[in-house]
Design a binder for this molecule. Sequence first.
Ligand code: HEM
Length: 185
Amino acid sequence: MDEIYGHLVTLTGFTDEDNTVLKKHKDQTQSWGDEIVQDFYDTLFGYSSTSEVFRKGERPDREETLRNWYFEVTSGELPKDFWNHQWFVGLVHIKRKVSNPYMFGMMSRVQQLFLGKCLQEFPLDQVEEIFGAFKRLTDVIAGLIAEGYFINYVEAMVHVGGLNVELVDRMMHIEIENMLEKHSK
Ligand code: HEM
């Protein structure tokens, strides 16, 4: 997890300064929480593929989870275990069949809502700084959830099959070569 987090931080350019910016404006950005949560679940419940993921009566709990997440992200003071927890979300999503296209689609929507709000409520010269901070942070999160999903999925498969990781790696390499060859024909 740490190595993957490191790659994402370096490549997105996320820094502590982003948390400082978010902390400075949290009163304003957190006042958008209810609207963002409402839009998020209206979208998911309004689309048959994603509404199937949820159990009957689950919406209030899910709204609470997302509200807490949004408040943590915009607080500028991430809890100590925050990054490990984002990795763990990938594992929870596997269990509940929340695929990465669903997660990425909704992360994009949250980012667009946040940008729209910034443009409405902040002077234009502050928008790039505030939205940029939120975008970098939430992109690192999306990367961790997606990779947490992928790595945990593969690890579970390797364990279930009683397989040897290095052997699977070598066999995968050969299979990928075959697939690439087929594709180029
Ligand atoms: C912006 C993208 C998303 C973020 C940041 C996010 C975040 C989270 C978090 C923090 C949890 C709680 C993990 C835990 O501590 O137990 C969670 C669980 C869950 N999420 Fe997501 N999620 C996202 C997208 C989605 C989407 C698109 C769906 C549905 C299509 C979804 C459905 C669920 C469900 C069903 C749970 C499991 C709750 C449980 O069984 O305890 N999430 N997610």
